[in-house]
Design a binder for this molecule. Structure first.
Ligand code: NBP
Length: 477
């Protein structure tokens, strides 16, 4: 019998996806460039499902039923291009090539256009959830032609995570839409983690031990903040180093690394002109943490408060930090979704934000209770921003005193909270009646004759700053 689906690339992600398909009763063809890995896969997992272990790409392609569905899970970039090049002459019109790796959406757009030109469907599918997700049910964000989703969608939905019986997989839009949504997912993940780290830092500064903070996170996980990242924060904080008996977190080097999807999110946000300051601050916080020389110089040269937060009522402080964390998180999700809808307008993708929130509820790293609410808020409503959803605005109104208080206390104590304060600055900026951007425009007109618009009448104006300082309307002139 032929295979319903094939997986190319048998490193951890590809192996686990192939096993996931097999455990759902599908026959899976597998292929890896290094044949020894295919053989090792067959030896280890061959008996756990129906696999066709193909030593060559030709045999792999011949093992697939038509239209062929090929999922590429190799190293993003050159690896993906190399596999596509080798596959292309072996496939036939209507076959579907899926890239499940962490591709840049511009690469996906390029590959989709090239394969469409030769009658093949190319699907860029964002897959989140790491190794465990790939094996037991990831969140899957496929982009490509609608026609290909009709054939491929049921297979992907089958192996995806399920929440309330619904698959965490949905059609995201044409060409790069799926990989774009996955990229923003990762950007939001950066912000989520930065906020969690700031909450930990503040509670530490207030005198709580790692074990006590773990307990706080466990309590938070029973409420509004319920999410995978909050849940695993408690576990990481609880981990005790066997050799020293100290909390492991206190022994881990404080330099955060990154693989690049957060940086992409910010780079593209700059190009699209979408303010995602919480995500940007999270990327910068990681890079600042890794600047050993800068930090050494700063420690040597700069003075300030000693990071001690004295709290009279510990429970009240803990609850204020919770409110700050929740509020900042809502802002980060609002910014990420804003970036997706801006990209959708730019690239003509038909992205449904309610569906995005729905498929992020399970399987992926940012799965959270909040996403149920975001799904509901966007269902059937054209919101210009998540923050404008009545229930969200009302809750932010309630939590903001605590949020402002926490940012104030942190600032006074010298505890950096770039994420919490960026979120608050965004909140206050977008709700402002009037912004000092007016003065910026005046300055730009002064030194560069860049012109300005007026609030009281139409036109494009310039003041003759170096002349008699009269104003001219350039449209009239
Ligand atoms: P890796 O990213 O480590 O890639 C290893 C695989 O790529 C091996 O199968 C290797 O074959 C193959 N490969 C390479 Br490298 N160059 C190739 C080429 N020129 N032609 C054919 N095959 C080539 O694997 P991974 O960690 O399983 O990740 C796969 C994809 O999934 C990546 O895009 C990754 O970003 C993405 N992803 C990973 C995670 C995660 O948690 N790891 C999560 C979500 C997404 P070989 O055996 O012959 O060297």
């Amino acid at each position: 019998p032929l295979a319903q689906v094939g997986v190319i690339g048998l490193a951890v992600m590809g192996s686990n996806l192939a096993r996931n398909f097999a455990s759902h009763g599908h026959t899976v063809a597998v292929y890896n460039r290094t044949v020894a890995k295919t053989e090792a896969f067959d030896t280890e997992f061959g008996s756990t499902g129906t696999f066709i272990a193909a030593p060559t790409l030709e045999e792999f392609v011949a093992a697939l039923e038509r239209p062929r569905k090929v999922i590429i899970m190799v190293q993003a970039g050159k690896g993906t291009d190399a596999v596509i090049e080798q596959l292309r002459p072996l496939l036939e019109e209507g076959d579907i090539v899926v890239d499940g790796g962490n591709a840049h959406y511009e690469d996906t757009r390029r590959r989709e256009a090239a394969l469409r030109g030769v009658g093949l469907h190319f699907v860029g599918a964002g897959i989140s959830g790491g190794e465990e997700g790939a094996l037991h049910g990831p969140s899957i964000m496929p982009g490509g032609s609608r026609e290909s989703y009709a054939a491929l969608g049921p297979l992907l939905e089958d192996i995806s995570a399920k929440v309330d019986g619904e698959p965490c997989c949905a059609y995201m839009g044409t060409d790069g839409a799926g990989h774009f949504v996955k990229m923003v997912h990762n950007g939001i993940e950066y912000a989520d983690m930065q906020f969690i780290a700031e909450a930990y830092d503040l509670l530490s500064a207030a005198g709580l031990t790692a074990a006590e903070i773990a307990e706080v996170f466990r309590e938070w996980n029973a409420g509004d903040l319920d999410s995978y990242l909050i849940e695993i924060t408690a576990e990481v904080l609880d981990q005790v180093d066997a050799a020293t008996g100290r909390p492991l977190v206190e022994l881990i080097q404080d330099a955060a690394e990154q693989k690049g999807t957060g940086r992409w999110t910010v780079q593209i946000a700059l190009e699209l002109g979408v303010p995602v300051n919480t995500i940007a601050e999270s990327v910068f916080a990681r890079s600042t943490s890794g600047h050993a020389g800068l930090r050494e110089a700063g420690r040597g040269a700069l003075t300030g408060p000693d990071r001690t937060i004295t709290v009279a009522d510990r429970a009240a402080f803990v609850d204020n930090v919770r409110a700050a964390l929740w509020s900042a998180k809502v802002v980060a999700y609002a910014q990420g979704l804003d970036q997706i809808s801006t990209a959708a307008r730019t690239y003509d993708w038909d992205v449904d934000l309610s569906e995005v929130a729905r498929i992020w509820r399970g399987g992926c790293i940012i799965r959270a209770r909040l996403l149920h609410r975001i799904r509901d808020e966007f269902a059937g409503a054209q919101l210009p921003t998540l923050l404008a959803a009545p229930s969200v605005a009302a809750e932010l109104a309630e939590s903001q005193d605590a949020w402002r208080g926490v940012v104030g206390v942190a600032t006074t104590a010298g505890v950096p909270v770039p994420g919490f304060s960026a979120a608050l600055a965004y909140y206050d900026t977008v709700r402002a009646e009037r912004l000092p951007a007016a003065l910026v425009q005046g300055l730009r007109d002064f030194f560069g004759a860049h012109t300005y618009q007026r609030t009281d009448r139409a036109g494009t104006f310039h003041t003759l700053w170096s002349g008699d300082r009269s104003e001219v309307d350039l449209i009239d002139a």
